[in-house]
Design a protein around this ligand. Structure first.
Ligand SMILES: CC(C)(COP(=O)(O)OP(=O)(O)OC[C@H]1O[C@@H](n2cnc3c(N)ncnc32)[C@H](O)[C@@H]1OP(=O)(O)O)[C@@H](O)C(=O)NCCC(=O)NCCS
Length: 320
């Protein structure tokens, strides 16, 4: 029997720090980070729509590796069904902790319409745990990557005199903090209306990201026509040598004009100019227009995250 402590709202700082350390130990052992960015930001957010499940080892923080050996976070605000991420300390796996956390998550998720759980990297233990709980894949998130050391510069790259060609009448400028938030949040909600996570981003979520050390408005572009925001390209450099296409969103009224491709070329050129070795991004595995756009810019699939759900939860098409 696994002893699980459930917490709503923000975790104490020391507990949040223990979750980050547990995630780092699992990342080292598995080669894949078990918790993604939003759950990490929600650890210390009192307004987060989540429940935290904690498995602590008797012996307190002095115990080797710290007191925390298992953690799950449930997003109870996700549309349709709660979604969870979970991690067990590599030193104490195959002792029923993962099964215990998943069972408790299922119980808490019942009133939210069911449970889905992310398996980052879709590693064999995660596949086995999810399948043993009667869950099956319902959604795939692709990571795509472009190696800038081998790829040919796109037209508009630093070595080329021409900036990428934008559709007629479209101008591009960088994001101005304190001024562009509301327009960007509205655009993001329209562009990602069908997306269970990205489309829910609020002004507070945007401000939380602006407060992160990696935030750089010089890598965050807005495309406008006649003063109206039509699209945005937000890049992030949080790892040495690697840039990320963090969020590319085009207003539904402006989709199909080639704006997404032009903004992708602009971002790749800017990241290349900064001397980075590679660019990564995440996209839904069934988002054909996005995958086509990125493939045309030279990106190829480099990893897959799989979301498992109970059989009653059918895959719902989502786009990013
Ligand atoms: C997946 C993970 C949470 C499992 O945690 P755990 O505490 O080791 O899992 P449990 O001991 O409760 O295992 C429960 C069942 O899952 C399956 N399972 C778990 N790990 C397995 C492995 N390495 N190989 C085969 N089956 C495995 C088995 O059916 C197991 O039951 P059994 O031991 O009676 O055969 C852990 O490996 C982990 O933290 N991985 C990295 C993060 C991750 O992938 N999270 C997503 C989870 S869907």
């Amino acid at each position: 029997m696994v002893d699980i402590r459930a917490v709503r709202g923000a975790l104490d700082n020391s507990v949040a720090e223990a979750v980050r350390a547990l995630a780092a130990r699992a990342h080292d052992a598995d080669g894949v980070a078990p918790l993604s960015e939003q759950p990490l930001l929600w650890l210390a957010d009192p307004a987060a729509p989540v429940a935290h499940l904690l498995v602590e080892r008797p012996g307190g923080p002095e115990a080797p590796g710290g007191a925390l050996v298992g953690y799950a976070q449930l997003d109870l605000g996700a549309p349709g069904a709660a979604s969870a991420e979970l991690v067990v300390d590599p030193a104490v796996r195959r002792r029923g902790i993962g099964r215990g956390l998943l069972g408790q998550a299922h119980a808490l998720a019942e009133s939210a319409g069911g449970l889905r759980v992310w398996a980052h990297g879709d590693l064999p233990p995660a596949q086995a745990l999810a399948r043993a709980a009667g869950m099956a894949p319902v959604r795939e998130l692709w990571q795509m990557r472009l190696d800038l050391r081998t790829a040919d510069p796109e037209p508009g790259a630093a070595s080329s005199p021409q900036p990428p060609q934008m559709p007629d009448g479209v101008t591009v400028r960088t994001f101005v903090p304190g001024k562009d938030e509301d327009a960007w949040v509205a655009l993001n909600a329209r562009a990602f209306a069908d997306h269970p996570e990205q489309g829910r981003l609020t002004r507070a979520d945007l401000l939380a990201r602006e407060a992160e050390p990696w935030f750089d408005p010089e890598g965050f572009w807005l495309a406008e026509r006649d003063g109206r925001l039509l699209g945005s390209m937000w890049t992030k450099v949080a790892e040495p040598g690697v840039g990320e296409v963090y969020a590319l969103g085009i207003d539904p009224d402006a989709q199909g004009l080639g704006l997404g491709g032009a903004l992708t070329r602009l971002a790749v050129a800017a990241l290349r100019e900064r001397g980075l070795g590679a660019v990564e991004l995440y996209t839904e595995g069934d988002n054909e227009p996005a995958i086509r756009t990125y493939a045309r810019a030279g990106f190829t699939r480099s990893a897959v995250d799989v979301m498992y759900g109970t059989p009653a939860l059918s895959a719902r098409p989502v786009t990013r």
